[in-house]
Design a protein around this ligand. Structure first.
Ligand SMILES: Cc1cc2nc3c(=O)[nH]c(=O)nc-3n(C[C@H](O)[C@H](O)[C@H](O)COP(=O)(O)O)c2cc1C
Length: 345
């Protein structure tokens, strides 16, 4: 059978494509000098992290010795429990319940030791060279500023502004773009270290709020905090958590978080720290593809802190096998894939 010009042309294009890809892969291999540990390094707002994996706020994050152990098993940084102006016990038990093996519902109520009692822990983390992101919340703009400055002076590497806890009044801030702007701008003005803003999925348009935070000077956003949720006991016919409702975390929220990060990547210029339902290296790679530059791990830490080193190994293997030279090579590449916008009829 004689091939038409069209067929020959098509064949040539295929051959060119694969040849180019092969050549590119070969030249990448020649160039590749990075060690496995170098492959994991990320620069997040000028913080040099040895791994893109960060402990999420509220999870094992009040004791410096535990947070130091989390660094030792390979986390690039830790985020502390959200720290407020004074000690707080939070809501009574039950304040956290499992929904299934990998999904939790909590209404801890921002239990924390208060900034003044927490300062020695930040100083110890600094001594141990643990990259420390201090999560802060306040009861006024002034108290947010005061706590952030105290944390900075004690040695915090970055501040994460918690304006999005679903079981506290502070969530009103993240639901309003003007309030978000006001709080972020006020804290940013006083800080020398990077400021991250923790976003909530419990809003109509997360992009609008994130853009407001970016405009106000946020250096990065963390997406997402827990998803508003509730569980009712059918025997007693009452809500199970003492506070009634709470925030859902873990496996069940992973796909929600991926979509939020994907949408945020389209509109933001600042980095995104992905968070929600990470249990494996595959979950992490998915966040990078959606647009995250680093990730936070929360609920999965209850399975043991060694999950961090396992995930690091999985990421290294994936990067090596697919000839990626860094995590930034992966960030956002799912956006290159053209999607069907109109349905078939
Ligand atoms: C028990 C518990 C306590 C939490 N406390 C905080 C907190 O103090 N501040 C905060 O910003 N997020 C807090 N979070 C939310 C996590 O940091 C994270 O955003 C959320 O759990 C989603 O991640 P995950 O699915 O990996 O757990 C808490 C989550 C849990 C499960």
């Amino acid at each position: 059978m004689v091939e038409s010009d069209y067929q020959i042309n098509l064949k040539q294009r295929y051959l060119d494509h694969f040849w180019k890809k092969e050549e590119l892969d070969k030249s990448k291999q020649k160039l590749k000098k990075k060690t496995d540990s170098e492959l994991l390094e990320v620069n997040l707002c000028n913080l040099e992290l040895e791994s893109p994996l960060i402990l999420a706020s509220g999870i094992l994050g009040v004791s410096s010795s535990l947070m130091t152990k989390i660094k030792k098993v390979g986390a690039g940084a830790v985020t502390t429990k959200s720290i407020g102006p004074r000690p707080r016990k939070g809501y009574k038990n039950p304040s956290i319940i499992p929904i299934d093996k990998k999904t939790f519902l909590n209404s801890i109520g921002l239990a924390n030791p208060g900034i003044d009692y927490f300062l020695p822990e930040i100083k110890k983390l600094k001594q141990e060279k643990v990259k420390t992101i201090v999560s802060v919340f306040g009861n006024s703009i002034e108290s947010y500023i005061e706590i952030a400055i105290k944390a900075q002076n004690a040695g915090a590497d970055a501040i994460e502004l918690n304006i999005s806890c679903p079981h506290d009044n502070i969530s009103k801030i993240c639901q309003d773009k003007q309030l978000t702007y006001k709080y972020v701008a006020a804290v940013k003005k006083e800080l020398k270290i990077p400021l991250f803003v923790k976003l909530s999925p419990n809003v109509t348009d997360i992009c609008e709020i994130a853009l407001s935070a970016e405009k106000a000077g946020a250096d990065a956003v963390t997406a997402i905090n827990t998803v508003n949720a509730m569980a009712i006991d059918i025997e007693t016919q009452r809500p199970i958590l003492s506070h009634g409702s709470g925030g859902l975390s873990g496996k069940a929220i992973h796909s929600i978080a991926i979509k939020k990060v994907y949408d945020l990547y389209k509109v933001l210029d600042i980095p995104i720290i992905g968070c929600g339902g990470i249990f494996s290296w595959k979950d992490v790679v998915e966040f990078f593809l959606a647009g995250a530059s680093a990730v936070q791990i929360g609920s999965a830490m209850y399975q043991g802190i060694n999950i961090i080193s396992k995930i690091n190994q999985g990421i290294i293997k994936f990067l090596n096998e697919n000839n990626f030279e860094s995590i930034s090579d992966l960030t956002g590449i799912a956006h290159n894939f053209p999607m069907q916008t109109d349905p078939d009829f």
